[in-house]
Design a protein around this ligand. Structure first.
Ligand SMILES: CC(C)(COP(=O)(O)OP(=O)(O)OC[C@H]1O[C@@H](n2cnc3c(N)ncnc32)[C@H](O)[C@@H]1OP(=O)(O)O)[C@@H](O)C(=O)NCCC(=O)NCCS
Length: 259
């Protein structure tokens, strides 16, 4: 009879655990964390070059300061008096189409774009005319180039992972500049999206890459919040930092008054 729950990831045989068919204890001490992640996600061991690329991609997104929405969420929730796992989970919940989630959208965009063989000019025009954000492009701070993208592309070139997907991603950046008359950088999500596509990863793993890469940063932020800041420190100064945009104070009409 077919069993209700199935997995091709991990198996227990007696007291031994096997990950994708390899004995877990053989992996311990022999594989790096990034290599083990590759094995788990892809099902096979990475080559030396794939291992190096994987390491570089995950390191590039480990943290990006206190300002992004995920860190604000994580630290605010921790400051409300919650434990580490609750704060980290709140940070992960902030990953959406503008932050982190863009990696998944960008992988889909790049893979479909390359597969379609359509002209980059036409693809970009469609997005810009519909005022749809092109995933993987643009950044709050980086207006000229995203330094993480520059570095990752250098590493990708050195390791032989700069091919059609990376080219497509850079062509789109050029084309946006031409059509919009303003540069929108290929950001780190877009860079990882193009390289991971080059490595044959499914776009549906895109958000997973961001989660795996950024959770260490969130853990460190929440730990710092809990150990160095006072509870409730993450609040706004209502007078200085907030603006009320509603109606001015008014009287409750007589017909609603019971007391
Ligand atoms: C990250 C992001 C929210 C930054 O937005 P921002 O600070 O408003 O960006 P800018 O101020 O430089 O935007 C300038 C112009 O480009 C447009 N724009 C920005 N990113 C765009 C994109 N990815 N595709 C199309 N147009 C974009 C803006 O709408 C704005 O248009 P306007 O001048 O006609 O009003 C935005 O670029 C975005 O949503 N990118 C796609 C998602 C993504 O890749 N996120 C990961 C970030 S690491």
């Amino acid at each position: 009879m077919e069993k209700k729950w199935r997995t091709a990831l991990t198996q227990h045989v007696g007291h031994e655990t096997y990950i994708r068919g390899y004995r877990l204890l053989d992996l311990v001490g022999n594989l790096s964390f990034a290599q083990a992640i590759y094995l788990l996600l892809k099902g096979e061991l990475p080559s030396e070059k794939e291992s190096e690329m994987m390491e570089a991609m995950l390191v590039s997104i480990i943290d990006h300061g206190i300002a992004p929405p995920s860190v604000i969420s994580a630290r605010a929730v921790a400051s409300g008096g919650n434990s580490l796992n609750v704060g980290v989970a709140a940070g992960v919940l902030a990953f959406g189409s503008a932050h982190g989630g863009a990696l998944e959208d960008a992988m889909k965009f790049i893979q479909e774009g390359v597969r379609s063989g359509r002209a980059v000019e036409e693809i970009v025009r469609e997005y810009l005319e519909a005022k749809r954000p092109i995933p993987g492009y643009g950044h709050r701070y980086y207006k000229d180039f995203d330094p993480r993208t520059k570095r990752l592309m250098e590493v990708a070139k050195g390791l032989g992972f700069y091919d059609r997907h990376c080219q497509f991603a850079e062509e789109v950046q050029e084309e946006i500049g031409k059509q919009k008359g303003k540069k929108l950088v290929l950001n780190v999500d877009g860079a990882i999206a193009s390289i991971a596509s080059e490595m044959g990863f499914d776009w549906r793993l895109g958000k997973g890459f961001f989660i795996i890469g950024r959770v260490p940063g969130l853990v460190a932020h929440v730990y710092e919040e809990l150990t160095t800041e006072k509870p409730f420190s993450k609040r706004l100064d209502e007078e200085r930092e907030t603006e009320y945009t509603g109606v001015p104070p008014r009287d409750l009409p007589e017909e609603f008054r019971k007391v």
